[in-house]
Every structure is written in structure tokens, then in C-alpha cells.
Design a protein around this ligand. Structure first.
Ligand SMILES: [Zn+2]
Length: 317
């Protein structure tokens, strides 16, 4: 048992690279120094097994910290002592399966705590980058079922070109697929329920009945227009997360980032370098392209930026 802390200093989480058949071997410039013998599809930035790199909880996993420090990390009002969001980077070299996630109500009927609403922020996108997000107007359940039988589901998918810096919202129930050409920062409810509707004839198992139960013909999914605020750009705001992009420089006090006890948030270091200094005078390591966890009850800290630093801020709700 570790001590119970009323407040926590900010700490970075070590990413975990996950091998996937559709991934890539070269992770430059994102993780140039990490060994990649297998093709890497995902870097989990806030996985349950990601480890704190500094502070009193150094070496503990995020799951351990959520359960032992729930009040300080997640906020007083949170019922579950579990990480609310799973944040990943996806490196797709091939098409991922066409899939759908259940909403909270369906997940709970099946015995899981929550469904999965997610979103994708394009960190990088080549000229041909595309994703499939939602169904075309005129799609019906009957038409979808028939297209699965004759292998023509793709004609019903709404295909979106992706450009660097765009945000795509994918609410639970949306039929979707990540396709090659982009590097995406994915934020999702921390759930592992994925129903695979179609896999382009590849031999992996499908979950057609569950997919048809979970999917909705019309959803809120699609590109989200950014909203300019005084000192940040709001990229998306839904029931489960709010995501902002910020450009900061010089010395930045932590009250720009903290939530006064309300919620766990994360800062993703998109570009530039910054040091994080905490009350004790120590400097907290914050490697590029990692998440800095800012607890609901976070000690004051200061970012000391080298020139302009671009951040993505993700607030769990
Ligand atoms: Zn998904």
C-alpha cells in the first residue's frame, strides 16, 4: 500500500508500443529511439500498464495509481477508480477492419462498465490519407447485411480525406475504419469492446450480429470544426472528453492546465521542448510525444518552454 496523497505532482507516462499486423517498423520522427523488431501499430500513451516516470508514484502503473490515489488523480466525484480514457497513437500502414463499438447502455447490458466513443486527431497526414467514418445516406440495415454477404460493404462507407491538424469525432455506434496515410492521436473511453463488421476478406473472426446490434445508421460522427478561444483552440468537446490545442512559450503557470479538483487531464507534447518544474524545485522529465498526467488535485507547477511549444490538452469528463 502506498501512502494516500491529497495532491500529486504532474508526471509523465512511459508509452507502450504494441505490435499489430497493420503497423510499421519505422516510427521516426515520433519514437526514433524505441526498438521495433515487429511492426508497431499503436503506442499506448495512457494504457492501464503505462508506468509513471517520476514523483512519489514512480514505477507504478496507471491502473495502480488510479486505484490507490483515485481521489487525487481522478477527482472526488468519480465513482470508478479506473482510468477513464485510453489515449493512443495509431500508425496504420494497411486498412484496419471496419468496426463498431457499443454505447454505454449496450456495453452494460453485456456486463462491461462502458462503451466506446472515440476521436482521432491527425498528427500527420499524407496526400492520400483517408478514414471511413459513418454510413452514406440511404444505407439501411438490410442493405448493410446484403453488402456483407457479397463483400461490397465499402460502397456504403462515408470516406473522409484527412489533413494534418484535423479532428474527427467517432461516437459509439458509428461504423468506422482507420485507413493508411495518417498518424492519429486517438482518445477513447477506456473500453476494449470492438465488434469487427468486415475485414476485406482477411481471415480474422467477425462479430456481425453484435455489430448490427451496436451500429446506428446516423450518428454525430465526422470532422469537427475547431473553435478559437482566448488562449487555445477547442478541437472537440463531448460527454467523455474535451480536447484543446495550445501554443505556449516562456514560463507558463499550471493554472492554465489544471481543473481545481474536477478531473484528470493530460498534456501531450506535440512539438518543441519544455521543462516542468515542481514545488520542490525539481524538474520532471517530459519526453517528446508522451503524456504528462495532470491530476485532478495537482500541485502547482510551471512549464519552462524553449521557444514556442505546441500541446494537446485532453480533459477526462
Ligand atoms: Zn474504433
Amino acid at each position: 500500500m502506498s501512502a494516500l496523497y491529497p495532491t500529486l505532482p504532474p508526471f509523465a507516462l512511459e508509452p507502450q508500443l504494441v505490435s499489430r499486423i497493420w503497423g510499421r517498423r519505422d516510427l521516426k520522427p515520433w519514437y526514433p529511439d524505441m526498438p521495433t523488431e515487429e511492426p508497431i501499430g499503436e503506442a499506448w500513451l495512457s494504457g492501464d500498464a503505462c508506468v509513471a516516470l517520476s514523483g512519489p508514484l514512480r514505477g507504478q502503473t496507471l491502473q495502480e495509481i488510479c486505484s490507490s490515489q483515485a481521489r487525487a488523480l481522478l477527482g472526488a466525484d468519480r465513482a470508478e477508480a479506473e482510468s477513464p480514457l485510453l489515449i493512443k497513437i495509431l500508425f496504420a500502414q494497411e486498412k484496419l477492419s471496419v468496426q463498431v463499438h457499443p454505447d454505454d447502455a449496450m456495453a452494460q447490458r453485456k456486463g462491461s462498465p462502458r462503451g466506446k466513443t472515440e476521436c482521432w486527431y491527425a498528427l500527420e497526414a499524407g496526400p492520400d490519407a483517408e478514414v471511413a467514418c459513418g454510413l452514406k445516406p440511404g444505407a439501411s440495415l438490410g442493405a448493410i447485411e446484403a453488402s456483407l454477404k457479397d463483400g461490397t460493404l465499402e460502397k456504403w462507407l462515408e470516406v473522409l480525406p484527412v489533413k494534418t491538424g484535423e479532428m474527427i469525432f467517432v461516437d459509439a455506434g458509428t461504423v468506422h475504419a482507420i485507413w493508411p496515410g495518417s498518424v492519429l492521436l486517438e482518445t477513447q473511453q477506456n473500453s476494449d469492446i470492438t465488434y469487427r463488421l468486415y475485414d476485406y476478406g482477411r481471415p480474422r473472426p467477425l462479430h456481425v450480429q453484435e455489430s448490427l446490434e451496436a451500429l446506428r445508421l446516423r450518428t454525430e460522427a465526422g470532422k469537427v470544426e475547431p473553435v478559437e478561444e482566448a488562449d487555445r483552440t477547442r478541437l472537440v468537446d463531448c460527454a467523455y472528453f474535451r480536447i484543446e490545442r495550445m501554443t505556449v512559450g516562456g514560463h507558463v503557470a499550471s493554472d492554465r492546465f489544471t481543473t481545481a479538483g474536477q478531473a484528470l487531464s493530460y498534456l501531450f507534447l506535440l512539438s518543441g521542448t519544455a521543462r516542468v518544474s515542481i514545488r520542490s524545485g525539481e524538474s520532471v522529465p517530459w519526453p517528446a510525444h508522451t503524456l504528462l498526467a495532470v491530476a485532478a488535485c495537482c500541485e502547482d507547477f510551471q512549464l519552462e518552454c524553449d521557444g514556442a511549444v505546441e500541446l494537446i490538452r485532453i480533459v477526462a469528463k
